[in-house]
Design a protein around this ligand. Structure first.
Ligand SMILES: NC(=O)c1ccc[n+]([C@@H]2O[C@H](COP(=O)([O-])OP(=O)(O)OC[C@H]3O[C@@H](n4cnc5c(N)ncnc54)[C@H](O)[C@@H]3O)[C@@H](O)[C@H]2O)c1
Length: 352
């Protein structure tokens, strides 16, 4: 496994993976249409670390003809990752073309060229209406799971959780891609892994209101900008797990070494019960790290497809790969803060 192609290689996960894998001795090419705000910064960064950049759009199958290398593995990290895109219907076609048609083009390219693939999917495939309808108890700083239901417990949601429900167009395009990839894998003997990720956070995530919440929260403290607790009573008690980018990189390195054993197997990857926070708890840590306090406005109205609580149960991932998250929330947020400080001028125009 020598040569790796990363679609979305100038995004947060793609670029960090590219640099880490280059350091491991792989040859790495990043294919990206630079549509994410700030992705040129990450393009410069991957080039500085010796990775190749190829401009292209996964929606246009012709663009794949620019890829002349002999790749052994594709890491499919390109997407429109905002759950809000498509929620009004305005961008529905863009979301479907980008995340479904685009990823099908990636799978087809892998089939034709016999390239193994790791597909970055999302916890958003689990239906929000089923999760939100569970019973939660309200403690001082968070909502806690307090129900009995298959495949969900205080330890999190496992890969067997029921899929019949509503999940947002983002979640639906990802789940549809997962199903097709499984068929490609079994029918065409294409080694493939699907990672359903909770929130991944860390340096070089150019976070914004609708994606990259932990960078958004910390950079708002750093630049002293107001924030909002949106939905679920406007109390900031909704909970998410967070996984450091370095932890998912370690998992993917293990997956690459074993890729030939897998035929579209699904793995959860998240901070799990080890690393999760409510917004109130996030605020407290951000205040401690930045020594700044910002005004937080309360909005009781839920946003489309929002969830009250999501914690990953990494179950089979931990067993199969002998892997676990290692970096706790305060370390993740401190790493983001140090990165903001070290790159203040570069990041100001994007994050402020
Ligand atoms: N970051 C997270 O918390 C998280 C959580 C769950 C799943 N994921 C998934 O992981 C993957 C990477 O996420 P990320 O956080 O790095 O997102 P990102 O937005 O930082 O990176 C995505 C990259 O894909 C590129 N891109 C988008 N559309 C493209 C197209 N049509 N053709 C070529 N390039 C295109 C963008 O320019 C960007 O550089 C995505 O599939 C996302 O759905 C991320």
């Amino acid at each position: 496994m020598k040569s790796i192609l990363i679609t979305g290689g100038c995004g947060f996960i793609g670029s960090n993976l590219a640099i880490a894998l280059k350091k491991e001795g792989y040859s790495v090419a990043c294919f990206d249409n630079l549509s994410r705000r700030g992705s040129e910064i990450l393009m410069d960064r991957i080039k500085e670390h010796g990775c190749d950049f190829i401009y292209g759009d996964i929606r246009n199958y012709e663009d794949f003809s620019k890829l002349k290398g002999q790749y052994n593995l594709m890491l499919e990290c390109s997407a429109e990752p905002s759950v809000l895109v498509g929620s009004s219907g305005e961008d529905a076609k863009y979301m479907i073309n980008n995340n479904l048609v685009g990823s099908l083009n990636c799978f087809e390219f892998c089939r034709k060229r016999k390239i193994a693939i790791i597909f970055m999917s999302t916890s958003r495939v689990y239906p929000y209406n089923i999760i939100n309808n569970r019973k939660f108890e309200e403690s001082l700083s968070r909502y806690e799971y307090a129900d009995t239901f298959p495949c969900i417990s205080k330890k999190g949601i496992s890969t067997e959780f029921q899929l019949n429900g509503y999940r947002s167009l983002y979640g639906a395009t990802k789940l549809a891609s997962e199903f097709i990839l499984k068929e490609y894998s079994i029918n065409y003997s294409l080694p493939a892994i699907i990672n359903r990720c909770g929130i991944i956070a860390g340096p070089w995530q150019l976070g914004k209101v609708d994606q990259g919440v932990f960078t958004h929260w910390l950079s708002s403290h750093f630049y002293k900008k107001n924030l909002q607790y949106i939905g679920f009573g406007g109390k900031g008690k909704q909970v998410r797990d967070l996984l450091h980018i370095n932890d998912i990189i370690e998992l993917i390195k293990l997956q690459i070494k074993n890729i030939n054993k897998f035929k579209g197997d699904v793995f959860n990857a998240g901070g799990a019960s080890f690393s999760n926070l409510s917004l109130i708890e996030t605020t407290k840590i951000c205040e401690d790290i930045s020594s700044n306090k910002v005004k937080i406005i309360q909005d009781i109205n839920n946003r489309p497809a929002d969830i009250i609580w999501y914690i990953t149960n990494n179950g089979n991932t931990e067993k199969v790969f002998s892997w676990k998250p290692t970096l706790p929330p305060k370390t993740i947020l401190t790493d983001i803060f140090n990165w903001l400080k070290e790159n203040e001028i570069l990041l100001k125009k994007i994050l402020n």
